[in-house]
Ligand binder design. Structure first.
Ligand SMILES: NC(=O)c1ccc[n+]([C@@H]2O[C@H](COP(=O)([O-])OP(=O)(O)OC[C@H]3O[C@@H](n4cnc5c(N)ncnc54)[C@H](OP(=O)(O)O)[C@@H]3O)[C@@H](O)[C@H]2O)c1
Length: 160
């Protein structure tokens, strides 16, 4: 049965491709039905091509296409959604698994001011206030984590 499937694809880098949930899901889906049509929606087309090659290596009969999208950029999301609508009559499933989670950093200023305060024991026993997480504003004026993990997916899903 032909099945048009758009997937936001995890392809972190060529040598750790198997670790991404998106790639693992693609492999699993093709194992169940290698007649599926998968469309990999990726930000980095080099990684998308590598993921496609990896999938075709194990499922040579599969139909695997690609579309470029950065879910942290609304213009890119609208363009990708329009392209998907033009290329496919329907999408049966959309897997929205792209995401970022910036690593927390030590807040050096909080560390030094906490050292000379009455909160020092509390600070070291709970680490409260010691860690900070960077979350820059995107060109769309949204917090990057929110736009990437939630809003971009919402708009893409709505627009297609
Ligand atoms: N793995 C876990 O145990 C776990 C647990 C809970 C939740 N999650 C969540 O599940 C999702 C997938 O996890 P994962 O382990 O597969 O993560 P991953 O290996 O880091 O893959 C994340 C993928 O998202 C893509 N991505 C990031 N920003 C993007 C953007 N602006 N536009 C398009 N693609 C973008 C990345 O593409 P690039 O290669 O271009 O960077 C990467 O391929 C993430 O949201 C993660 O936070 C994972």
């Amino acid at each position: 049965m032909p099945l048009a499937l758009s997937q936001l694809m995890c392809a972190p880098c060529l040598n750790c491709l198997p670790s991404g949930i998106g790639l693992a899901l693609c492999k699993r889906l093709l194992t169940v039905d290698d007649g599926l049509h998968l469309c990999l929606a990726c930000r980095n087309m080099g990684k998308a091509k590598a993921a496609r090659a990896a999938l075709l290596a194990s499922h040579s009969g599969a139909q695997v296409t690609m579309v470029q999208v950065d879910v942290g950029d609304l213009q890119s999301v609208f363009r990708a959604a329009d392209e998907l609508k033009q290329r496919f009559q329907r999408l049966d499933y959309v897997y929205l698994n792209a995401g970022i989670m910036p690593n927390p950093q030590l807040n050096v200023r909080a560390l030094f001011s906490g050292l000379f305060s009455r909160k020092v024991i509390h600070m070291f026993s709970t680490a409260e206030g010691l860690l900070t997480q960077g979350d820059r504003l995107t060109a769309d004026g949204l917090q990057e984590v929110f736009e990437t993990n939630i809003f971009g997916h919402f708009i893409l899903n709505t627009w297609v």
